[in-house]
Design a protein around this ligand. Structure first.
Ligand code: GLP
Length: 244
């Protein structure tokens, strides 16, 4: 795994935005795998800035988001579709019909998930997958102890993740208990992976991802098996990892 160090969140976001913009400049019709959460927020802001400066266009880009809370519709302010529209898609020239986020209201999540994977395959696979990391080492909503290699599917969220994400809701009780998530198989199928980490609360997970055994209890550790992963992390997130 290649590691790019950043001083802080702002520098991490800037470096990540350039990394993604480079991908799109080299291949304007790139298929991007996109992530939500507080970590990539600054990256999207930087990308919007690059777009507004005329340095990059998303006109031909196709995108597939990692996950969505199961039971939240696109109008719910905490749904990941809403997050993506508000924080990125509405501010750049991506064609709305080329953006995909799992349907949190799908009446048949199994069929939906199989179709989502088929659409990714039909688009030629993901060129660049953007990831965050949960403080328990989850990626997308692939929780510790879940089946390690799986396709897109409906999953139950761990209490730890519900507590972490409760900060975005009025109360913990409002956090959905399930989500549709891209599986690690689909994620590992990406040609390149960019994972971001910021803040001290990610330091244990980052250390285990980089130095620990490949272990389903730390889902991000499977990234050690992918040939083209770049981690952009700030000093706080790297503070527990050995000298590099
Ligand atoms: C959620 C998302 C993940 C994200 C994680 C960390 O659980 N499903 O994709 O990486 O939160 O979020 P944050 O970046 O807010 O710390």
């Amino acid at each position: 795994m290649k590691i790019i160090k950043a001083k802080d969140y702002v520098e991490m976001s800037r470096k990540a935005a350039y990394y993604i913009a480079d991908q799109v400049l080299l291949k304007p019709n790139s298929v991007l795998g996109l992530a939500t959460g507080s970590t990539p927020l600054g990256t999207y802001q930087e990308l919007i800035q690059l777009y507004q400066n005329g340095e990059v266009s998303f006109n031909q880009v196709r995108s597939f988001n990692l996950d969505e809370y199961y039971s939240l519709g696109p109008d719910h302010p905490q749904s990941y579709r809403y997050f993506m529209d508000e924080n990125f898609f509405n501010h750049v020239d991506v064609q709305p019909e080329n953006t995909h986020v799992p349907d949190g209201l799908s009446p048949n999540p199994d069929a939906f998930s199989a179709d989502y994977d088929r659409q990714i395959t039909n688009a030629g696979g993901i060129d660049l997958q953007l990831l965050g990391i949960g403080s328990n080492g989850h990626i997308a909503f692939n929780e510790p102890g879940n089946v390690f290699i799986a396709q897109t599917r409906l999953v139950d969220l761990k209490e730890h993740t519900i507590e972490d994400n409760a900060r975005f809701f009025d109360s913990k009780d409002e956090v959905p208990r399930q989500a549709i998530t891209m599986g690690l198989k689909s994620i590992l199928g990406a040609k390149r992976i960019l994972i971001l980490a910021s803040g001290e609360n990610k330091a244990d997970a980052v250390k285990a991802m980089l130095e620990g055994p490949i272990d389903p209890n730390l889902p991000a550790s499977i990234l050690q098996l992918h040939p083209n992963v770049t981690l952009i992390a700030d000093e706080a997130a790297l503070s527990k990892a050995g000298n590099r």
